[in-house]
Ligand binder design. Sequence first.
Ligand code: NAP
Ligand code: ZN
Ligand code: ZN
Length: 348
Amino acid sequence: MISTKAYAAQAAAATLTPYNFERRDPGPHDVLIDILFCGVCHTDIHFINNDWGFSIYPMVPGHEIVGRVTAVGDHVKKFKAGDMAGVGCLVDSCRECDYCNEGLEQYCQGGNVFTYSGLEKDGKTVTQGGYSNKIVVDERFVLKVSEKLSPAHAAPLLCAGITTYSPLRHWKVGKGHKIGIIGLGGLGHMAIKFAASFGAEVTVLSTSPNKKDDALKLGAHNFVVTKDEEQVKAVASTFDFILDTLSASHDYNMYVGMLKVDGTLICVGLPPEPINTPAFNLVFARKCIAGSLIGGLPETQEMLDYCAAHNIVSDVEIIPIQKIQEAYERMLKSDIKYRFVIDMASLG
Ligand code: NAP
Ligand code: ZN
Ligand code: ZN
């Protein structure tokens, strides 16, 4: 077994504390990775607090993992020791259903396995995530990370990156489209970079007036403060798409009102409360509310390769693991520029 150092939550809403545990020895198809950096996603906060009701403790969060391969199993083809590798939100899936066969493992109907707080296919081993110094993952669920990318800045691509890239590609957002991005946090700042890179006109819809300069520097063309009624009125019926990254409950109607006829509100943020909007708001202008979950393995690799080719990475604030609670508090206050990334060397 591989002894592993980590930080874990021992119970719902608990402060993270040092935690040692064992990972399996690499099997024939497994890759052993020394984790260098792990991004801090708002999903980690939802999971620690059991916001969605399916958390398992003790829990080592973290699903934006970049590190160096140190060993590979006999049948591994894609990786060798020394390679830079990434792991995102998934470490396994049924590998047999139509969605797995299409490379849409995130929508696996046979049961996919999340990187932490999930159950391995043996039905009893609980998965533990990237706030740790080592991880063992089947090569099908490991991504190649270009040496051109700084590992700390690339880590958030494994969740914030793919979660915004995938819907923009699925709905073919690009030249001639106007898109609104709700929330300038981890997901939001990646959404701006991708949407601008694909040629769309990007407007950030934010509750924080002080983020305007940053939004424009990140590639947005316009900035709307959503607490200002006049600014909200000015963008009524103007967007082809809106990408909603909000983690907290909010008024969906205000944003549906900003869509053109045939416009689509794409939800990626996951507040625990239901989406509540009168049918009239959709029916009278053929509007659509849709959702999107991370991305499959082939598309995640495509996204990483796109980032290497176009020099796109996350804007990060690197922290030692000992500062994780402070990072969570700042995220809840929306005080983030724009992703915290943990330097795993701080585990000692
Ligand atoms: P984040 O970095 O904390 O950003 C969230 C942003 O929402 C904030 O920066 C803030 O932007 C805005 N916001 C507005 N009201 C808020 C409030 N009351 N509290 C906190 N933020 C508020 O979060 P993230 O990591 O981007 O994640 C966002 C959501 O996406 C979470 O619910 C997460 O679980 C979900 N998620 C979904 C997927 C998926 O596959 N669909 C993948 C990853 C994450 P402004 O200051 O600009 O208003
Ligand atoms: Zn995430
Ligand atoms: Zn499947």
